[in-house]
Write a protein that binds this ligand. Structure first.
Ligand code: MN
Length: 325
């Protein structure tokens, strides 16, 4: 997906951090309208004012279930990141400048590595129910210029004491994903049966986020409602998640080694400095094929999305785990 929010950098939040690392940090989503006439509304929890990353997860949009929704995102670029698409319902047709043409379907993970530069389009073939998460993973300095890549995997369902888990990335509950990443990472869909309490061993070197898709859950005794992200810092060897309701609750469990680098995120680019972003924006708007390549087969009314103007008289700041500096 394409990020339409390009002015949030004006907020300087580097001083805002009252978070106690021994307790769950609760991040309420903000609603963001994606572009286009049939714009999809998403609920964004990463990046947020008080937290930029959970592990290397740096962007989390939750959307739907929206009946009659339509997604048509023309070719747009990415750099310095990987996109992870995960659907609960619906279907999205993906095309990219690496020559990949794939259908994104529920229960199948698709991870696209932008590395140095990629362009892609995303279209829902039919108007229908759309429901899923769009996640980004920030690439570390040493891997930021990787070549384009696309990984697809259909995880098996693991039954574990009242939960059903699908491991997209990493290892959990005895299951491992073959999807490879540049930093140690975990991504899983977990459905908790009514009344279930799940105690699960996790890597103490990871920080963890619980993003609620359906119902609500209690983590560390803290209630997390739908679309809310609860984050625990590294140091725990298990998580305890309870579904106190009488219907199934579904969450996305995100984890990873704390990502300590600073990056500049603007529109669909991740760079290391304000100057990186200025250059990437120019390259995309003036000679997109050179760096990002061409997306074959896209047939929408707009050939590609132009990068918006940069905020005037403002240097974009780097984001760190705990805000900007
Ligand atoms: Mn995208």
């Amino acid at each position: 997906m394409s990020n339409t929010e390009t002015h949030s950098e004006i907020l300087d939040c580097s001083a805002v951090d009252g978070h106690d690392p021994d307790h769950l940090q609760v991040i309420e989503p903000k609603e963001v309208q994606l572009g286009g006439p049939d714009a999809l509304r998403v609920r964004r929890t990463l990046p947020s004012l008080r937290r930029s990353f959970v592990g290397a997860w740096c962007f989390a949009d939750h959307y739907g279930p929206e009946p009659g929704a339509c997604m048509d995102v023309p070719p747009h670029p990415h750099t310095g990141l990987q996109t992870v698409s995960w659907l609960f319902d619906g279907e999205v047709e993906h095309r990219d400048s690496g020559g990949v043409h794939a259908m994104v379907r529920p229960g199948e993970v698709n991870l696209m590595t932008s590395g140095h530069g990629i362009a892609h389009s995303e279209v829902s073939p039919e108007r229908g129910l759309l429901h899923g998460v769009q996640l980004w993973v920030v690439l570390p300095e040493a891997s930021k210029d990787l070549v384009r890549e696309f990984q697809h995997h259909v995880p098996e369902v693991v039954d574990d004491r009242g939960v059903r888990a699908r491991v997209l990335i990493g290892s959990l509950a005895g299951a491992s994903s073959p999807v490879h990443t540049q930093t140690p990472l975990l991504g899983a869909e977990v459905v908790l049966a009514p009344g279930a309490t799940w105690e699960i061993a996790v890597d103490p070197g990871f920080e963890h986020g619980v993003l609620v898709d359906a119902g609500h859950v209690d983590v560390d005794g803290v209630r997390l409602n739908r679309a809310v992200l609860g984050v625990r810092d590294a140091g725990l060897d298990h998580l305890r998640i309870t579904n106190p309701t009488d219907s199934p609750s579904r969450i996305m469990l995100l984890g990873g080694e704390p990502f300590e680098e600073g990056v500049v995120m603007w529109w669909n680019f991740i760079g290391r400095s304000h100057e990186d972003i200025v250059r990437l924006r120019e390259e995309w708007n003036e000679a997109p094929d050179d760096r990002f390549g061409r997306v074959p087969g896209y047939r929408g009314p707009t050939a590609r999305l132009e990068a918006p103007p940069l905020p005037k008289d403002l240097r974009l700041k780097r984001r760190f785990r705990r805000g900007r500096q």
